[in-house]
Every structure is written in C-alpha cells, then in structure tokens.
Design a protein around this ligand. Structure first.
Ligand SMILES: [Zn+2]
Length: 322
C-alpha cells in the first residue's frame, strides 16, 4: 500500500461490467486450505507494507516464506513528493530510509528479513515539480483522475515504469529457488500493484507456480464479501465480490473467483501480531487507518481474513467457462 487514502483506483467501467452480469452462485470457498507445504514461498510486495497487510498468514505460519519488496528505491534529489508531503516528510529520500527501517522492524515480528529490489514507486516517477505535487497533494480527487489518464503520462512523469519482463527477471534473480510466487491481484487499480501482477503473469508463462493475493486495504472498499462469512448457501454476487472481479481483467467470472478463493481465517493471536506489525509502519500508519476504506485497525473484522487464488485454477476455470 502506498498513498493509502480512501481514494482507491477503481476502474468503474470494469466494475459496472461485472455488476450487471451478477446473478447467483453456490459458494464453496476453500477455508484455511492454502497448500504451501514444502515450498519456498516468495511474496512480492509492491511497497514496503503490502506483504504484511495482505499475506500475514503466510508470513506468520510458513517458515519458508520470503518477502521481496519491489518499489523501494529512493529518489536522487531532496525533493519531497506528494504522498510523502501528505505524511509530513521533509525529504522523500530520507523518508524512504525511514520506511525501509520500519519494514525491517515490522517483519521482525515474524523473524523475516526482506529483499529490496530498489525500483522507483509511482510517486517518484512523477516530475519533481513543486506546483504539480502541491496540486496532487491538496486535490486528491483531481489526483485520482489525472493519474489515470494515459495521454497525460508523459506530461506528468519523467521516469517510465519498469518493464514487466525485466521486473520478472529481477524477481527471479533475487530468489532463484522460489517454488511459488505470490503477487497482488491489483484490486484498487494501483499502478505499482498492477505491474507486479503483470510480472507474475510473465513468471507463470515461464512455468512457475503463481498465486494471487487480495490487496489490503483496497479490497475493503465495499467491506468483505458476504460469502466469506456464509458458506454452503446460495447467495447473490454482492457488491464487494463484483468490485474485486472487476480487477481481474475479465479473466474470470465472479462465480469462479469465489469458488476458487482460498480464504484464510486469522486466529485472534495472529490478528494481534498482524496489528502490531502494521503499527510498526509508523509513517504509514495514519494513511492506512484513515478514511472509509483504510480504517484497518478500527474495523472489527478487517484483519479477520486473507484471500488467495492459485492462478492456474483461475485460468482453468476461465477456459472451461468459455
Ligand atoms: Zn501497495
């Protein structure tokens, strides 16, 4: 998560498309059945906190899990970029050092040490223009719109995003013995999350086992889907499920997304440890806990579940449905 205000990157067009097709389904989520024994699990975390936010159960339960943080590079100048300004930073370069230290402190809760790939996250690819960042900081709705207009890309950015094939190569080089790669679904539409997911698809095409995780806190835009709590009963696809499915690029129907989901229920003790780890991202704590979407530690059940999919089963289901 980065720039974690309540403004998630919803592609409304995709959401509407799925919602109008919503009918009913027979939910059969595989509760607590993520099969990861004897694997070297690599959790690809776009930003420092994403692995903790979305894959805590893997970190807490699986000894052989490793975190690869992707967008961890610091800008070369002393400029302060818009999201960092919002978080009270005076220099983005120094702020990134703090964030890296916070990440090590958070992962200490489960005795892990991350691998950082050093790529520049979205805000650091923007032009370091004081007026632009002032505008983006104080007009979040405008920022939401501007950053999603492709024809403004070259005007707003001075650095291109990494090529997804090179990103996939970098992940492979960082952890050559990985047996499974876990990438975000991209729920919320954050560019950096989508890039890591795309890299995951490249790795899957090379024969690696790839799993997808639901992105916290963006997934909570419409709360948890009802099927997480009510199994074995026919229920209509609800708004949250349709919202999630809208980010799977039409690859799968909401019914298949639900049927193939691996839902992990965190125990009370695991929730407490996860909350402690989240608090250790001190500079990011307020954005993560502000607004309608991001009130992670104030919502009673926000840390109750994590949701995963095996890409291969999603693809198999999708091709059967065609
Ligand atoms: Zn993120």
């Amino acid at each position: 998560m980065k720039g974690g205000t309540s403004r998630t990157g919803c592609t409304d067009q995709g959401f509407e498309c799925v919602r109008t097709k919503a009918k009913t389904y027979l939910p059969n989520p595989k509760v607590n059945s993520v099969s990861v024994q004897n694997e070297r699990i690599v959790i690809c975390s776009p930003h420092f906190d994403d692995a903790v936010l979305s894959c805590w159960s893997l970190l807490d339960r699986e000894h052989a899990s490793t975190v690869v943080n992707v967008f961890t590079g610091a800008p070369s100048s002393d400029f302060t970029y818009c999201y960092d300004q919002q978080n009270g930073a005076l220099s983005s370069a120094i702020h990134m050092q703090q964030r890296a230290a916070e990440d090590r402190h958070a992962l200490d809760v489960v005795g892990k040490f991350p691998i950082n790939l050093g790529m520049l996250e979205r805000q650091y690819r923007l032009r370091p223009s004081p007026w632009l960042h002032k505008l983006l900081r104080f007009a979040p709705l405008l920022r939401y719109a501007l950053l999603r207009l492709p024809f403004l890309d070259s005007a707003l950015h001075s650095i291109a995003p990494p090529d997804v094939v090179q990103l996939a190569d970098a992940i492979t080089r960082a952890v050559p013995d990985a047996t499974s790669i876990w990438v975000p679904a991209g729920i919320g539409g954050h560019t950096d999350h989508m890039l890591v997911r795309q890299a995951g698809l490249v790795l899957a095409a090379r024969g690696l086992k790839v799993c997808i995780y639901a992105d916290m806190p963006y997934l909570l835009r419409f709360g948890w889907p009802r099927w997480l709590k009510v199994a074995d009963r026919e229920r209509p696809v609800d708004r949250a499920s349709a919202y999630w499915a809208g980010y799977f690029d039409g690859l799968v129907k909401p019914e298949n997304l639900i049927e193939q989901a691996r839902v992990v229920h965190l125990t009370p003790a695991e929730r407490l440890r996860k909350a402690e780890a989240i608090r250790r991202y001190a500079t990011q704590f307020d954005p993560v806990n502000a607004g309608r979407v991001n009130s992670l530690l104030r919502r009673e059940d926000a840390l109750a579940y994590e949701v995963f999919w095996e890409l291969e089963s999603l693809n198999a289901k999708a091709s059967k449905g065609r």
